[in-house]
Design a protein around this ligand. Structure first.
Ligand code: MLT
Length: 404
């Protein structure tokens, strides 16, 4: 008889955003007249930029003609896209990354979950706390995290690096040396980030300790401050210790289109093994590439028109971030983030738990957010609002919150 992967059974509850979705649906069903504003999951609301739509139309037409039809995409992704990525995301910032170190995929979420397949079963991972739940859950599924302690909300074999108000949400080097360090910067969920020189310290630490940094740069397009790095490869020595994950979801609205890429430098060697070769092997075996039409859409992100349109889109969301940030401050909340990221992280009022505040906001203001404790134990007492709504909804949500 089949025996299941029992690691799955260790996972408590359902995926955070599935749980929120169910709670909101139940509320909506019980209260059909209520107009709910969703600022929970970080899902974009603005339509795809014109340059992207045009590129997709052209690619669709190509697929309809025998001369230009395309079948399976090349293993690592089409060169036109990988070259555009290298030129715009790396060369332009003085980072040395080659096109054959870029692996195009269907998004950063799946890559961030799959990358752990390259690590030995007893590797110790370190995560910021709070953290994007995928990093921990995917390691739970692989049996790498020990046992779950209900009372603390922690896994026995995971190293947690608290990022809280008291340390300005900057992770500190853990006492125990990890094998893998997950960093998401600018950070989801806190909306905060660290400077390039602080990031350099992490790169030095990883190189010194033989650790790997899995660097999730999904929110890079939202960086506004000069002193913040747009890529970990801006730091010296990152090619020997860091993998970078990038997404087209947040900078170009591809949450429903699906496209991302992962950079695995060739210098990343642990013992005799090259992580680049291993990831290439995995990619070739398990994946047939993002669709041609979508990769052409990705290429359009880097066209002059695309860049201009997306700059406006990012500015639109960051204006929402200011509306949320300022609106909450005015209403007396303690607020963080929202400067280099489209997330605003607030302290729940009067010591309310994160989930109690979720219910309070849903029932009293019909506004959906994300409870901080859903991202890890140090998220308890915090709450996340996303700037990815429409301006009208964002403003209305803040008016409602101010009126509570
Ligand atoms: C979030 O809300 O944290 C993100 O939208 C989740 C994701 O990008 O997968």
């Amino acid at each position: 008889m089949l025996r299941v992967n029992e690691n799955y059974l260790k996972l408590p509850g359902s995926y955070l955003f599935s749980k929120i979705g169910k709670k909101v649906s139940a509320y909506a069903q019980a209260n059909p007249g209520k107009e709910i504003i969703r600022l929970g999951i970080g899902d974009v609301t603005q339509p795809l930029a014109g340059a992207i739509i045009e590129a997709m139309h052209r690619a669709v037409d190509e697929m309809g003609s025998p001369e230009t039809f395309r079948g399976y995409a090349p293993d690592l992704g089409y060169e036109f896209l990988r070259n555009a990525i290298v030129k715009n995301d790396y060369e332009a910032r003085g980072c040395q990354i080659c096109a054959d170190e870029i692996f195009v995929s269907d998004g950063a979420k799946s890559d961030s979950a799959n990358i752990q397949e390259l690590f030995a079963g007893d590797c110790k991972i370190a995560v910021c706390d709070p953290v994007y739940p995928v990093y921990v859950d995917s390691n739970v599924m692989a049996g790498r995290t020990g046992t779950y302690e209900e009372q603390t909300g922690m896994w026995s074999d995971v190293i947690y690096m608290p990022c809280v108000m008291e340390n300005q949400f900057v992770p500190e080097f853990p006492k125990e040396t990890p094998d893998v360090i997950y960093l998401c910067l600018p950070n989801n969920p806190t909306g905060t980030t660290i400077t390039k020189s602080q990031l350099q310290e992490w790169v030095d630490y990883a190189n010194k300790n033989g650790a790997l940094i899995v660097y999730d740069g999904a929110y890079e397009a939202y960086i506004s401050r000069e002193e913040v790095a747009h890529s970990i490869y801006e730091c010296e020595g990152a090619r020997t210790c860091a993998i970078e994950l990038k997404s087209f979801s947040k900078n170009a609205g591809f949450t429903g289109v699906r496209l991302g890429y992962t950079v695995v430098p060739k210098e990343l060697k642990f013992g005799k093994a090259s992580l680049h070769d291993m990831w290439a092997r995995r990619h070739g075996t398990k994946y047939n590439g993002a669709p041609y039409i979508i990769q052409r859409a990705g290429e359009a992100v880097y066209s002059d028109a695309g860049k201009k349109q997306l700059k406006e889109q990012v500015a639109y969301y960051m204006n929402n971030a200011s509306v949320i940030y300022d609106g909450l401050k005015k209403a007396g909340y303690t607020v963080f983030g929202g400067v280099d990221a489209p997330y605003i992280w607030l302290k729940t009022p009067e010591g309310m738990s994160s989930w109690d505040f979720f219910d309070y906001l849903l029932e009293r203001a019909n506004v959906v957010g994300t409870p901080g404790s859903g991202f890890g134990p140090s998220g308890e007492g915090y709450f996340r609002l996303t700037a990815f709504g429409s301006f009208e909804n964002t403003r209305a949500a803040l008016e409602r919150i101010q009126g509570l």
